[in-house]
Ligand binder design. Structure first.
Ligand code: HEM
Length: 309
C-alpha cells in the first residue's frame, strides 16, 4: 500500500493494485471448472445461487446508499443489476417458477450447509452498508460489475454450449447480457466497452470526491473482494470433492470388505465337516491323532487362503 501513487485516478489504482489478485482467481481450480463447462448443470446452478445472494446483498446496499458521493456516480441499477437476471437464469435452468427457486432442493441444501465463504461475503457487504462511511462498497461494485462486463463475456458461449442453452434466445444466460447505456437494446461488444468506460469514469469521480482516504479504503476493499470471490470458487471445488466422495461424479471406490461367493463358503463348511468326520472316525489319540489334527488344520487354512485371494 505504501508504494501506491494516490494521485492516479481511482480506476487505474484499482486495476494496478488488484492485478495479482485477479491473476490468482483467474487461474484457480474453480475458475478452470467454470470456464471449461465441466461443472454439472446442478453444480453450475448452485454457483449461480451463491452469486444471487452476493448480488442481492450488493444491490440492496447500493440502493440504500444511492445518493452517497462515492456511490452515486456508478449507481445505475437499470444497467447493471444482476440479481434479477440471476433469478431468471436459475429458474430457467431448474425449470421452475421464478417465485419458487429458493425452496428448490438445491438451494435448500446449499443454505443448510451454511457455506462459510458465501456467508463471509454477504456479511462483509452488510457490514459496509451499516457503517458510517459506506464508500468501500464501490470496491464490490467494481470487482463484480467490471468483471462481468469483461471476463464474464468469454464464458457466455461456453456456458450456453455446456448446458444446451440457446445463445440467440438468451434464456438461462441473461446474467452475461447487458443492455445499451442509453437504450434497452442488447449491448454489442463495442457498447460493452462504452459501458466499461462510463463505469471507470464514475469510479474516478468518486475517487476525486473522496480523496486519498476513499481511494485507500476502496483499493484495500477490492483486494478483499477478490479474496471473497476466490472463496466462492473454493466452494465449488470443495463441493465437487464432497460429491466425488459420495460417488456422484466418479465411480465409487471398491468397498474395503471382502466378499465371498456362496460356493466358496459351502466348500469350506464341507471341508470342515469332512475333516471332523475323519478325525472322529480315525480318533485323535497318540502321535498319529495329533498329526491328523495338524494336517486337517493346515488343509482348512490352505483352503481358506486360496478362496480369500
Ligand atoms: C474466470 C476467469 C476469468 C477470466 C478469464 C477473466 C478475464 C478477464 C479479462 C480478459 C479482463 C480484461 C478485460 C478488459 O480489459 O477489457 C478482465 C478484467 C476484469 N476482471 Fe476478470 N476474469 C476472470 C475472473 C474474474 C473474477 C472471478 C473476477 C472477480 C469476481 C474478475 C474481475 C475482473 C475485473 C474487476 C476486471 C476489470 C479490471 C480493470 O480493467 O480494472 N475476473 N478479466
Amino acid at each position: 500500500m505504501a508504494s501506491i501513487d494516490f494521485s492516479k485516478p481511482l480506476a487505474t489504482l484499482l486495476k494496478d493494485s488488484t492485478r495479482e489478485a485477479h491473476e490468482q482467481v483467474e487461474h484457480s481450480e474453480g475458475a478452470k471448472l467454470l470456464l471449461s463447462g465441466e461443472l454439472t448443470k446442478e453444480e453450475y446452478t448452485r454457483y449461480l445461487m451463491m452469486l444471487w445472494h452476493v448480488y442481492d446483498a450488493i444491490e440492496t446496499a447500493l440502493e440504500k446508499h444511492a445518493t452517497h458521493p462515492s456511490l452515486e456516480p456508478t449507481y445505475n441499477p437499470a444497467l447493471l443489476a444482476r440479481a434479477p437476471a440471476l433469478a431468471s437464469d436459475i429458474s430457467y435452468l431448474l425449470q421452475v417458477d421464478e417465485r419458487t427457486w429458493k425452496s428448490h432442493r438445491i438451494h435448500l441444501q446449499l443454505m443448510s450447509r451454511s457455506p462459510t465463504p458465501l456467508l463471509n461475503y454477504v456479511r462483509r457487504i452488510e457490514e459496509l452498508s451499516q457503517s458510517s462511511d459506506p464508500s468501500a462498497l464501490l470496491a464490490h461494485s467494481y470487482v463484480r460489475y467490471l468483471g462481468d462486463l469483461s471476463g464474464g463475456q468469454t464464458i457466455r458461449h461456453t456456458i450456453a454450449k455446456a448446458y444446451g442453452l440457446d445463445e440467440a434466445a438468451g434464456l438461462g444466460i441473461s446474467f452475461y447480457a447487458f443492455k445499451e447505456l442509453r437504450s434497452s437494446k442488447p449491448a454489442s461488444q463495442g457498447e460493452m466497452k462504452r459501458i466499461k468506460d462510463w463505469f471507470r469514469a464514475g469510479i474516478n469521480t468518486a475517487g476525486e470526491r473522496g480523496g486519498v482516504q476513499v481511494k485507500t479504503a476502496v483499493v484495500e476493499e477490492a483486494n478483499l473482494a477478490f479474496k471473497l470471490n476466490a472463496g466462492l470458487f473454493e466452494l465449488i471445488e470443495t463441493h465437487l470433492d464432497d460429491k466425488n466422495k459420495e460417488g456422484f461424479i466418479q465411480a465409487p471406490e471398491v468397498p474395503q470388505e471382502r466378499l465371498f461367493s456362496v460356493a466358496s463358503v459351502v466348500a469350506v463348511i464341507l471341508a470342515m465337516c469332512l475333516s471332523h468326520f475323519v478325525l472322529v472316525v480315525g480318533g485323535f489319540t497318540g502321535d498319529s491323532g495329533y498329526q491328523k489334527l495338524l494336517a486337517a488344520e493346515q488343509w482348512v487354512a490352505d483352503l481358506w487362503r486360496s478362496i480369500s485371494k
